[in-house]
Design a protein. Structure first.
Length: 187
């Protein structure tokens, strides 16, 4: 497996940036090659992507999620991969997003592509397109503020799909501005 790292600074508040990242089904809007992400439950995703011209499908499990701080995942079926994305406030309206991926190439073409830096450039491009996506919108398309520890959803205090009822004090809008319900990641 090989490591890929990418970083981008986003001109949006921390909460807005984190909330948008939790909207996994929106990833095809800014991730090159990702055709579909289906959220099975709070911690399970099914991915469909074109990688080096070949369709790949895999299932991943979120093993750690702390609002406004970190999301970590590992694949459970299909191509082996894992990763971590962290969120760091640089100021009231600027957030640093750092992505670390650990990928196992599936064939010679993928191995060569990784060796030539294609995967690292794609990851950086994806983060750059994410920045453009959220900066152009001025608000997130939804939010999920639950926590996951050891792959298990923490149900303490509220339903994991229920976003907090408050409005972001930094003015980024309601927790789920897509439909106004505050009820999670999916439309």
């Amino acid at each position: 497996m090989s490591d890929v790292n990418a970083t981008v600074d986003v001109n949006q508040p921390l909460r807005t940036v984190y909330n948008q990242w939790t909207q996994f089904e929106e990833f095809p809007n800014f991730m090159e090659g990702v055709e579909e992400v289906t959220q099975v439950d709070e911690a399970t995703l099914i991915w469909r992507a074109q990688i080096a011209g070949i369709e790949r499908i895999w299932r991943s499990r979120i093993v750690k999620q702390e609002p406004d701080r970190v999301i970590e995942w590992v694949s459970t079926e299909g191509p082996r991969n894992s990763g971590r994305v962290t969120f760091e406030p640089l100021g009231p309206r600027t957030t640093r997003v750092q992505l670390a991926l650990d990928l196992e190439p599936q064939d010679l073409v993928e191995k060569v592509g990784q060796g030539l830096g294609f995967v690292a450039r794609r990851a950086q491009g994806d983060l750059d397109r994410f920045r453009q996506f959220i900066e152009d919108r001025f608000s997130e398309t939804g939010a999920w503020r639950g926590e996951i520890r050891g792959g298990e959803v923490d149900g303490a205090g509220r339903s994991p799909l229920q976003a907090p009822p408050d409005v972001d004090p930094e003015g980024s809008g309601p927790p789920d501005s897509r439909d106004g319900s505050g009820n999670g990641r999916q439309p």
